[in-house]
Design a protein around this ligand. Sequence first.
Ligand code: NAP
Length: 291
Amino acid sequence: MTRVLVTGAKGQLGSDLKELSVHLQNIKFTFIDIDELDITSTEAISDFFSGQVFDYLINSAAYTAVDKAESDKETAFQVNAEAINSLISVIRKSQTKFIHISTDYVFSGDHNIPYTEDFQVNPQSTYGKSKLKGEEYVLQYENGMIIRTAWLYSSYGQNFVKSILKKGREKEELKVVNDQLGSPTYSGHLAKAILDIINKDMDNSIPFKPEIFHFTNAGVCSWFDFALKIKELAYLPCRILPVSTEQYPLPAKRPAYSVLSKEKIISKYKINIPDWKTGLKDCLGKLGELR
Ligand SMILES: NC(=O)c1ccc[n+]([C@@H]2O[C@H](COP(=O)([O-])OP(=O)(O)OC[C@H]3O[C@@H](n4cnc5c(N)ncnc54)[C@H](OP(=O)(O)O)[C@@H]3O)[C@@H](O)[C@H]2O)c1
């Protein structure tokens, strides 16, 4: 039976992968998070993998606190970069296929057409730089695939959608930036695409290759547009006002334009990528928030 290991199992993507995994009876999944394996410990990694071999490793573990990373650079690089090197050095022996999740933050964000996989990287934040270093390790592995995503949210964990739902009921007015553009991505849809890639490798219809892909939901909006849609679908009583990034300073610089081109993954895997509004409806439906 095919064995798949998922790290970061309690995170947004890890939780959605776990939920979908119950439909795949032909795969034996192992889900772990930091309690079972701290991926920054080389000793723990070597203990964990001794006597265990996996066909695929989906790495959804990451240091995702983008602002905190500015003052905690060391941890961000340990989790997002050095740990990737350690994982790969152990799984290389068994040629485990490694699916690593990365981010739009590897790009500068000053472009104005969707970023393709081969576009020049130029991260502007510590988080982005740490994720790029992680990518560099994956690219040195002959069985490593990178899937970059953006603006990820889920019915699990903490994220923009949940924060708007909460604040939108507590406050009369919310200010949300309207000069950063991207594609909100429902993690349930990303999880499905990843499992699709594994399934197609398993049945040999599309063999796994060490490549970079981009996956987000379709369509483009600003955080302000996204918040307005959440308000509309969940009937939030608050007013939502647009503000500029300048009016809402944060420790980490955000890309102004974060749109990733999905043409490569669509063309290779023939997947249907739902629009971001569909992703939002799916997530709100699961949260029981769709009015
Ligand atoms: N969230 C986004 O908007 C976004 C956007 C673009 C790309 N991505 C990428 O997508 C992937 C999945 O993101 P996500 O939002 O699902 O992340 P998440 O919810 O933050 O989950 C990450 C998981 O990794 C765990 N983790 C942290 N340090 C670890 C360690 N040393 N050893 C083992 N596990 C550790 C976390 O545990 P703790 O919670 O205990 O720290 C958490 O359960 C990540 O690679 C991320 O960089 C995310």
